[in-house]
Design a protein around this ligand. Structure first.
Ligand SMILES: Nc1ncnc2c1ncn2[C@@H]1O[C@H](COP(=O)(O)OP(=O)(O)OP(=O)(O)O)[C@@H](O)[C@H]1O
Length: 281
């Protein structure tokens, strides 16, 4: 049986999100398997980013439940939590469609900012930091070590003190993922990580994501339009169209699903065979 049925890390149950009269997500249910790379795909406007915004606390869903099952057996109802707690307690981190690094800060500083919460805690909310309390020094050293580990991992350790804005686009994308990893997530949500990357950068991204899954044990949920990335690295693919799930399975199953082909080609189901013949699929 599949990990998303057997051992889910995230369960989304009957999720609905309305914006006034517009139903962006309608009664959507799916699971994310623990240790899997799960891709959420679908045509433009299908509701993918809205799902991410509900999972990470940027939107409060109109209806439905989103449950995070942490490895220590704790359960969190994400639809009831503010975004900072979703990151700190439920251990869900995300990146955005548009890069949101602090361009004027160095690479190292960007990764230190991601660890602000544990550092504040260790400093007793500033006082301990000012007086040089040992626990703060220890936490600070661990934060620097973690930041350096991830810079090394993405091949940017030598540029630790350079401003983030000076990096090429592909490096900035990987730095964002490294920053999200510095918060120690169990589930990493990535919104179009391969957008705008050239084939070499796309290959580097794939290796990084496979490393995160295999060596760090972090589950990944990603929105992606680049089908080569989706087919190469995902274990599980969920397809949305007009806010509803139209397919859910392995990449192979989804690729051959007539409903998916119809949604992508924009033709009715009954005409799929004809269109496939015409385009040579
Ligand atoms: N804050 C909002 N207010 C009103 N409508 C919204 C809001 N956010 C999203 N929508 C609408 O919800 C629908 C789904 O949008 P969403 O951005 O989730 O789709 P998507 O699948 O991520 O699209 P894309 O692939 O183009 O990023 C769209 O019709 C969009 O216009």
């Amino acid at each position: 049986m599949s990990s998303w049925t057997n051992n889910p890390i995230l369960t989304i149950e009957h999720l609905t999100m309305r914006f006034g009269g517009l139903v962006a997500i309608g009664d959507l249910s799916f699971n994310v398997g623990r240790g899997d790379i799960t891709a959420l795909i679908g045509p433009n406007g299908a509701g993918k980013t809205t799902v991410f915004n509900c999972v990470t606390g940027f939107y409060k869903p109109t209806e439905g439940r989103i449950v995070m099952h942490r490895s220590n057996k704790e359960k969190f109802l994400l639809e009831r939590m503010p975004d900072f707690k979703i990151s700190a307690k439920a251990k869900v981190a995300r990146t955005f469609q548009n890069i949101r690094l602090f361009g004027g800060m160095t690479l190292l500083e960007n990764l230190m900012v991601a660890q602000h919460n544990p550092l504040m805690l260790a400093s007793g909310f500033t006082i301990g930091g000012i007086f040089g309390v040992a626990s703060f020094h220890k936490a600070e050293k661990e934060a620097v070590d973690r930041a350096r580990f991830w810079l090394d991992r993405i091949g940017l350790l030598e540029r630790a003190d350079a401003p983030a804005a000076d990096l090429p686009y592909g490096d900035q994308r990987r730095l964002e993922i490294a920053r999200a990893m510095c918060s120690g997530p169990e589930l990493l949500c990535l919104d179009e990580p391969a957008a705008g990357l050239n084939p070499k950068e796309s290959g580097e991204l794939n290796s990084l994501l496979q490393y995160i899954r295999a060596e760090q044990g972090t589950s990944i949920l990603l929105i992606e339009h680049d089908m080569s990335v989706v087919m190469e690295i995902s274990d599980h693919v969920v397809v949305l169209d007009y806010g509803e799930k139209i397919s859910d399975g392995t990449p192979e199953e989804v690729k051959n699903d007539p409903k998916v082909i119809a949604a992508y080609l924009g033709v009715p189901d009954e005409e799929v065979d004809l269109v496939e013949q015409e385009v040579g699929l």
